[in-house]
Design a protein around this ligand. Structure first.
Ligand SMILES: *[C@@H]1O[C@H](CO)[C@@H](O)[C@H](O)[C@H]1NC(C)=O
Ligand SMILES: *[C@@H]1O[C@H](CO)[C@@H](O)[C@H](O)[C@H]1NC(C)=O
Ligand SMILES: *[C@@H]1O[C@H](CO)[C@@H](O)[C@H](O)[C@H]1NC(C)=O
Ligand SMILES: *[C@@H]1O[C@H](CO)[C@@H](O)[C@H](O)[C@H]1NC(C)=O
Ligand SMILES: *[C@@H]1O[C@H](CO)[C@@H](O)[C@H](O)[C@H]1NC(C)=O
Length: 453
């Protein structure tokens, strides 16, 4: 029997997706069972049980702060803590591959990460903003344009599929790319990911962020052109910098695209892209440009485009209508905010999951109303996208419940659920169908201390 290669590829793809699928269930189990132990089984039983409809305040009232928070910290705790501080050098003795395998233990394996395959030689300012992104070989030309345009630090993850005989050719083309302009060696750090798994976007995003060498990063998709100098604007604004340093705010650079991708050749030519808000607004008025992905409105509409259009120069406004599909491009603090969940493989939900967890953790989104980026149209691999979106939609739905329970439990135990920081968890999680009931059951039961296993 002859089986076509495309059929093989599809089978491989399906297996990969099934793997990701089982991984997420395994991990869901793992993450929740450990902290909540038997509480979890109660939660599972709940879906079929009709329950009264408690409000958030009922949940909060049901949750008493555990006593241990009020007891004095035993002295030995401090001793071991100090000991840890003094022992931090043992870390250097651990094999880098071992550390990386733990750091990326939710990703597909085997995989080889090569940090700083190329390392930029330019001077770095710790308070600069590094663009973190990922590229595949068909995006090399676009990447080269980004490097010329940004003139600032860039950390890029490049996937090398080593399950193909021509991966040496890919390494050669990476070398050609890196040596194509002096600005590469000046600004760009390249990190390689060598394995057989395509489209592990969140793993690649985390790699680019982990190895960024400045305090602040911008998570960008390579298909976007930078139109305005948000980097200088942010760095010159003390109020914004203070918020970035605190780590509980992220700044949205709104995204736009040309209305008719097929209507002319100009769209790929960054030279004709608007570079200030006035020209952007007139292109929008002329219906040449629109918000990014107007057909998938929820992806970006929390940015509140009408407000953006009307905003006076210099305005920075808060996103007040967040919803879970929101996936804007943001500048934020490298250290502190949650990382992108690596169990998402393939198209759909992956970036929204990053933004969702950041939001739940208490990060507020603010829109920089003088700035924007512009999508450079390209052809999508539509068939692959459609299949993967279907799987990831289900995975994202489970992810929201899982993440909500984790943060609810975490912030409750820290005693900050009823604070500004805990506001997003309360607001967002209670939108999930049945979540208040589930949470109330889990927490009342756990706190009564009657669990044994
Ligand atoms: C939460 O905060 C509100 C307002 O500050 C307060 O009225 C309420 O009693 C608090 N609830 C709990 C459970 O601490
Ligand atoms: C690809 O790289 C991984 C990680 O180093 C390795 O385990 C695997 O054997 C490699 N595959 C091929 C075909 O070389
Ligand atoms: C790796 O290569 C083998 C042999 O060409 C193929 O059967 C397999 O499907 C490939 N795996 C992936 C993940 O592409
Ligand atoms: C975004 O779009 C959705 C679906 O059309 C709509 O329900 C929601 O109100 C919109 N949100 C904003 C902030 O415009
Ligand atoms: C928890 O304990 C309280 C008082 O001790 C009791 O009224 C309540 O029914 C218990 N809840 C559960 C779920 O066991």
């Amino acid at each position: 029997m002859i089986v076509s290669t495309s059929h093989c590829a599809r089978v491989g793809q399906t297996i990969a997706l099934l793997y990701a699928f089982s991984a997420i269930f395994y991990t869901t189990h793992h993450l929740l069972v450990s902290p909540l132990r038997a509480c979890f089984s109660i939660m599972l039983n709940l879906s079929s049980t009709a329950l009264p409809n408690p409000s958030v305040s009922t949940i909060l009232n049901a949750i008493k702060r555990p006593n241990y928070l009020n007891t004095q910290t035993p002295a030995s705790f401090w001793n071991s803590d100090m000991a840890l501080l003094h022992q931090s050098s043992w870390f250097a003795d651990i094999d880098t591959d071992l550390i990386l395998s733990k750091a990326f233990s939710n990703s597909m394996h085997p995989s080889k990460i090569v940090p700083f395959f190329y390392r930029a030689s330019g001077e770095l300012d710790a308070e600069d903003i590094t663009i973190t992104t990922l590229i595949t070989s068909n995006r090399f030309p676009v990447f080269a344009r980004l490097v010329e345009r940004y003139q600032g630090p860039i950390s890029v993850a490049i996937h090398v599929n080593n399950n193909s005989s021509d991966y040496h050719a890919l390494l050669d083309s990476i070398h050609a790319l890196y040596t194509s302009t002096p600005n590469m060696a000046r600004f760009v750090d390249v990190h390689l990911v060598m394995d057989s798994f395509d489209r592990q976007f969140n793993t690649w995003r985390n790699i680019a962020r982990l190895f960024a060498r400045t305090d602040f990063v911008m998570m960008l998709d390579i298909d976007f052109a930078i139109c305005t100098d948000f980097r200088s604007a942010i760095r010159a604004n003390n109020a914004i910098m203070d918020k970035l340093r605190e780590g509980t705010s992220a700044f949205v650079i709104p995204a736009f695209e040309y209305v008719k991708p097929e209507g002319g050749s100009n769209q790929l030519d960054q030279l004709v892209f608007p570079t200030d808000k006035t020209s952007l607004l007139s292109a929008i008025k002329a219906r040449k440009l629109d918000m990014f992905h107007a057909s998938w409105e929820v992806g970006h509409n929390s940015t509140d485009y009408p407000r953006y259009y009307a905003a006076p120069p210099g305005e920075v406004y808060k996103v007040t209508r967040y919803q879970a599909a929101y996936e804007p491009y943001i500048v934020f603090k490298k250290e502190g905010p949650p990382w992108c969940d690596e169990r998402f493989v393939g198209y759909g939900g992956n970036k929204a999951a990053c933004l969702f967890e950041m939001y739940l953790s208490g990060i507020s989104y603010y829109v920089l109303s003088d700035h924007f980026i512009l999508h450079q149209n390209h052809l999508y691999e539509e068939k692959i996208r459609k299949d993967e979106r279907k799987f990831n939609k289900k995975i994202y739905s489970d992810f929201k419940y899982e993440t909500c329970l984790r943060y609810f439990k975490n912030y409750h135990d820290l005693g900050i659920l009823n604070s500004t920081r805990g506001y997003n968890v309360q607001e967002e999680c209670t939108k999930l169908k049945g979540f208040p009931q589930i949470a109330q059951q889990v927490f009342t039961f756990c706190l009564n201390g009657s669990i044994s296993d």
